[in-house]
Design a protein around this ligand. Structure first.
Ligand code: HDE
Length: 698
């Protein structure tokens, strides 16, 4: 590979030729630069010309190859989930699950399986921002000894639709509008709400999408779900239904909407950077994998259909059994080769795992293989290193564009008797160890003609939307009402918001009133429900705030300081933060740092104007009287404190920093502390009780 070299210009005088030459020669310990054909390149600075001022020559194969390759560097981005970030790691199983599955990766306690996990937003393009209100993809590729298993899920356990045939409509409506190509990465626009309000089956998912689940603080702090009901199958062929859950070790945490908006301005790559830097620092993100396992009898006892992806099974009804953990401990070496080219496919399963008849899942089984051909360009995409199984694989599929394998011999068909002639006959099927499909209950589930219909219980669109809303804290409910208000306020089609609110009346009358009030319309009449909703027992597990971990582990604490600040105080703060597993981010008006009270210079991690407080989880303001006076004139400093207060974060301060807090409108509460242990204790919390003081929610 070519080294990175500093270029200097070797300029001549008057009529002399100008030549660009690298500062170092080609033999500085690096390998030779070659073309793709292996021809050594003598000059990577100048194209071949006919005379110094003459035209470039078509003959210049070095130039042509370089530009040709560059012109084709991009591949089509994913039609959905285009914006994503990924990492390598491992999955470790806690105990043998042989009683319910024969899948090899679940047999031996402590066994580790390599994984590659990609997180994504759904609606935005590959270059869009990280923190819009959106569902997050959570896709895990397990490289098992029996082949690749892809668990391609989201951070929300339900989906917008019940049947794959509606997916193109959903995605067309939510992406940029067809004529104007905006908005990018957001659902707050006409076509999405026009479509969603006409599709009552979206209601449960909309509740989640309008909740804080859709604005996570970090990929490391969100749950993941397989969504569909899958099957596990044991060695005796017995099937157990299963729903998959990922539980973040750091607990769940979300941003506030105002914070998410400001993050888009402060750092487009907030989640990507967070994942990459955490792994680079050795603070490896970790999740536990849990399952809800159940049988047909249990499924039949539920008032909803387990084949319907718009429904959950509350954890209080069926607890989640934790079966292993996933640790992401290595960043990709190359974003394109790995993160961009990884091709997940829900149809990739291993013996011991199987599908159900969920009509959404069934559609996905087709879609993902198909999409890879258009994205990666060839049916041989499985040979790209990130997609190739780590176990041996062999069959009689041959040729195709970009074929990398060089199969030997004549055996490209089966059956063959080439072995009789002493030739290599190729691989054979194996009824004992090969994948077999669970036969299901054909006389029960598949009885009936060919019909375009859905099962009866799929018609209940509101019971679980209500369950979700009523399981949230009052503050979270206010966030949901405010999000509906915000999104519907962006809708220009006047007939659409009343229709949406008419649906919400089936969920919760109070919610509907708050949203109607929020957008300033009279309460519309209630839309007729296809099936009357039932009241389900609230599920506290659905609340983020009710389940947050109050810890600074994995969080960042910003320390604002300036000339004259007390170095000892800063030093002890940094030590206290690090001791609890947090990350101290030093922020000062100049990135070069400030001169502390003792005359020493302390370099900053971030410049104040470029490191607003939304990029950290809590702030400590360590200022001298003169330092504070100087910062009172800086809007970035005032805003820093004001936003930390508005985003319900802990604010620790030195006594002399008080004028800055006053100017920023900070009012005392238990999140406003002196520095030291009190602050370290508060820094792991968000102070939701403060919210009514800083904004009016719907
Ligand atoms: Fe996807 N989805 N999807 N999806 N999906 C894709 O595959 C599709 C659905 C999900 O990080 C595409 O490789 C259909 C549910 C994730 O690379 C495409 C339907 C869930 C990712 C596709 C769904 C997901 C995708 C686009 C309705 C949660 C990103 C590029 C039947 C369980 C994976 C690609 C990554 C990506 C189709 C519904 C999750 C077009 C047809 C439900 C996490 O194949």
């Amino acid at each position: 590979m070519a080294s990175t070299v500093n270029y200097e210009t070797n300029r001549g005088n008057g009529g002399e030729t100008h030549q660009q030459v690298p500062a170092k020669g080609p033999h500085d310990g690096q390998g030779h630069l070659t073309t793709n054909q292996g021809i050594r390149v003598s000059d990577n600075q100048n194209s071949l010309k006919s005379g110094a001022r003459g035209p470039a020559l078509l003959e210049d194969f070095v130039l042509r190859e370089k530009i040709f390759h560059f012109d084709h560097e991009r591949i089509p981005e994913r039609i959905v989930h285009a914006r994503g970030s990924a990492a390598h790691g491992f999955f470790e199983v806690y105990e043998s699950l042989a009683d319910i599955t024969k899948a090899d990766l679940f047999q031996r306690p402590g066994e580790k399986t390599q994984v590659f996990t990609r997180f994504s937003t759904v609606a935005g393009g590959a270059g869009s921002v990280d923190t819009p209100r959106d569902v997050r993809g959570f896709a895990v590729k397990f490289y098992t000894k029996e082949g690749n298993w892809d668990l391609v899920g989201n951070n929300i356990p339900v989906f917008f639709i019940q049947d794959a045939i509606k997916f193109p409509d959903l995605i067309h409506s939510v992406k940029m509008e067809a004529d104007r190509a905006y908005p990018q990465a957001g659902s707050a626009h006409d076509t999405f709400w026009d479509w969603a309000s006409l599709m009552p089956e979206t209601t449960h998912m909309l509740m989640w999408a309008m909740s804080d689940r859709a604005i996570p603080r970090s990929f490391r702090m969100m749950e993941g779900f397989g969504i569909h009901t899958f099957r596990l199958v044991n060695a005796e062929g017995k099937s157990t239904f299963v729903k998959f859950h990922w539980k973040p070790k750091l607990g769940m945490q979300s941003t506030l909407w105002d914070e998410a908006l400001k993050l888009q301005a402060a750092d487009n790559d907030y989640h990507r950077r967070d994942l990459f830097e955490s792994i680079a620092m050795g603070a490896y993100p970790e999740w536990e994998l849990g399952i809800q396992a159940f049988d047909q009898k249990f499924a039949d006892s539920l008032p909803y259909d387990v084949l319907d992806s718009t429904k959950i099974i509350p954890e209080e009804v069926l607890p989640v059994r934790l079966i292993g953990r996933m640790v992401l401990d290595r960043n990709p070496d190359n974003f394109f080769a790995e993160t961009e080219q990884v091709a997940y496919c829900p149809a990739n399963i291993v013996p011991g795992v199987d599908f159900t008849n969920d009509p959404l899942l069934q559609g996905r089984l087709f879609s993902y293989l198909d999409t890879q051909k258009s994205r990666l360009g060839t049916a041989n995409f499985h040979q790209i290193p990130i997609n190739a199984p780590k176990c041996p694989f062999a069959n009689f599929q041959r040729d195709g564009q970009m074929q990398m394998a060089v199969p030997k011999g004549r055996a490209n068909y089966e059956p063959n008797s080439l072995a009789d002639a002493g030739e290599e006959p190729g691989p054979r099927e194996c009824p004992a160890t090969g994948f077999t499909t669970f036969e299901g209950r054909p006389d029960h589930d598949e009885a009936g003609g060919k019909l375009r219909i859905r099962a009866e219980l799929f018609a209940d669109h509101y019971s679980q939307a209500r369950l979700f809303f009523r399981s949230l804290t009052a503050n979270e409910q206010a966030h949901v009402a405010s999000s509906f208000t915000f999104e519907l306020s962006k809708v220009g089609l006047e007939h659409v918001p009343p229709r949406m609110v008419g649906n919400l009346r089936n969920v919760d009358e109070e919610l509907a009133k708050r949203v109607a009030d929020g957008i300033g319309i009279p309460l519309p009449s209630k839309n007729e429900a296809a099936r009357q909703p039932i009241d389900m027992k609230p599920s506290p597990a659905l609340s983020i705030q009710g389940n947050m971990k109050e810890t600074i582990a994995g969080r960042s604490i910003g320390i604002l300081y300036a000339d004259g600040s007390d170095g000892k105080v800063i030093k002890s703060l940094v030590a206290g933060i690090q001791q609890k597993g947090g990350r101290a981010v030093l922020i000062s008006p100049k990135v070069g740092g400030a001169t502390l009270a003792d005359g020493s210079k302390l370099k900053a991690d971030g410049q104040l104007a470029g490191t607003p407080s939304q990029t950290v989880d809590a702030i400590a303001v360590v200022l001298s009287a003169s330092g504070c006076t100087a910062l009172l004139k800086e809007s970035a400093a005032v805003q820093f404190v004001m936003d930390a207060f508005g985003h319900l974060k802990a604010i620790g301060h030195s006594p002399d920093a008080m004028p800055l807090l006053d100017k920023a409108g900070v009012q005392p509460d238990e999140g406003i502390t002196v520095l030291g242990d009190a602050f370290i204790g508060a820094a792991g919390k968000r102070f939701y009780d403060r919210e009514p003081k800083v904004r009016t929610l719907a």
